[in-house]
Design a binder for this molecule. Structure first.
Ligand code: FES
Length: 131
């Protein structure tokens, strides 16, 4: 990842509640200005390729317009199952311009499915069987 940021829109062009798609390299990147926050995610749904910018946004989640898979705008991860989801990108606003880093963020690490009882697993002691 680099610190390269490029201007992709002006704030004036993207009032609150709008989304815009920019093509950079091999990515179509959807830039969202929602509830006064900014997000950038890969616009192509990994299920069958729907354009996510045509989906519905609610509570920092976009729902795919074709089959309703849901992705976090913050992390790109699917919200229904523990699957990887879509790439996300850093962006910020400076001097009235929306600046995007065209290199995807590292993918977040999945949460472990279940916790192991660390006390039992690491003590090395064999429980007393009572015999
Ligand atoms: S194409 Fe997005 S859920 Fe199927």
């Amino acid at each position: 990842m680099t610190d390269e940021f490029m201007t992709v829109a002006t704030v004036e062009e993207m009032p609150n509640g709008t989304v815009r798609v920019v093509r950079i390299g091999s990515y179509d990147i959807a830039i969202y200005h929602i509830d006064d926050e900014w997000y950038a995610i890969d616009n192509i749904c990994p299920h069958a390729g729907a354009p996510l910018d045509e989906g519905w946004v609610n509570d920092k989640t976009v729902t795919c317009p074709w089959h309703a898979w849901c992705f976090s705008l913050e992390t790109g991860r699917m919200t229904m199952w523990d699957m990887e989801g879509v790439d996300t990108f850093d962006l910020h606003v400076a001097d009235g311009n929306v600046k995007l880093n065209p290199h995807p963020r590292p993918k977040p690490v999945a949460e472990p499915a279940a916790e192991v009882n660390a006390g039992e697993a690491s003590s090395g002691e064999v429980p007393d069987s009572g015999t």
